[in-house]
Design a protein around this ligand. Sequence first.
Ligand code: ADP
Ligand code: ZN
Length: 434
Amino acid sequence: MSKIWNPEAECMSRDKMHALQSERLIKKVKEVYDNVPHYRAKMDEKGVKPEDIRSVDDLHLLPFTSKQDLRDTYPNGLFARPNKDIVEIHATSGTTGKQVVAGYTKNDLELWGEVMARVLASAGGDENSVVQSSYGYGLFTGGLGAHYGAQTLGAMAIPTSSGNTERQIRMMKDLGTTILCCTPSYAAYIGETIREMGLDINEFKLEAGVFGAEPWTVEMQHEIEKMLNIRTVDVYGLTEIIGPGVAFSCEKECGIHINEDHFIPEIIDPDTGEVLPDGTLGELVFTCITKEGMPVIRYRTRDITSLTHEPCECGRTLVRMGKIQGRSDDMLIIRGVNVFPSQVESALLDISDVAPYYMLIVDRVGTRDTLEVQVEMAPDFFSDEIKHLEKLEKEIYEKLKSALGLAVKVKLVEPKSITRSEGKAVRVIDKRKK
Ligand code: ADP
Ligand code: ZN
């Protein structure tokens, strides 16, 4: 049963939220202006003074912060507190380049536990829960983020970290894990391994999954729910903001609530920087209004989604974003057509007889871009009969053609031939990038 951890924060009136965000923003902007030379220089350059920010409505006056700013000030140029106040360090997984480092104060760790407790409660978590954190522990924020949430909740945390899948599964069964936390691709791999070990998922106590850290479509979400016979919560976050716990889905499955009493979201046009209205797709931007160690201002995530302030039936008033379509850097341009891997995933999982494992291989032959989609057949479909394979291949080809508006090469591959992921899945090989 889904719960609300902090009703006062998660269900406050919009007026109250506006006042709270304004008060916190005003204070934070003054603080970074005084303590972080980089922000002061950028604000001076734009001609904005802390006094110009009188409410959250003035947020758009502030300069953006980009990944490049974090790299230029590596490792701790954007820290707003001296090292003596920093008690923990994390870093991005470096999916798209040089690592970015984030520093947390004691209060930041407490805040992280609070927002992750909200996520776990949405998955039904309470002090009776057994929470297995199968995200990687270490610099990556996944493992410890879920861990702190479980501790704040008063649940029992099992810090298995990722990998060693069979041992993980035995622990899950023996200790009666009720909530599993990992990436969706690892959840699928765990589900597959449970079956291969000859175990029956109904003999586990698993009730819910808190999955995120990589894009996954609604179709993938349903596939995993079926496989593990659980409810799932989509958890979103990034190291620059705090890690997992920035936003999470509720039981109504109608978007992802943002913990906006701590992280104010905006959607902007990635080309002009203009703030876009609700319902319009664009780049997600966050401002941290309570973090101490590294409170980023108008941080451009490069993640693509839209926002809605419509009330949600779950009772939360927190603004919702749509599922992340992907990062702007994940977008492939194939013969002039924009393709997000998530569009391919949606189309593929609509077809029975294919397994939720695929790979996109992009190349250039002469001056022509090519996209090959490798798809695994479902184990029970696997057949030697050429005519069956050809029929399935044709079905996938047509489906992708209409979903993407692009003719791609489809290659059916044998079950288990695509590498399984224990963390963030790599699903694109772009051979054009040498
Ligand atoms: P890196 O940028 O190196 O991967 P992070 O581990 O901080 O480092 O990853 C954060 C990114 O992961 C987000 O910006 C987003 O692109 C992706 N991400 C995290 N959670 C989700 C989610 N629930 N859905 C889609 N993408 C997500
Ligand atoms: Zn809701």
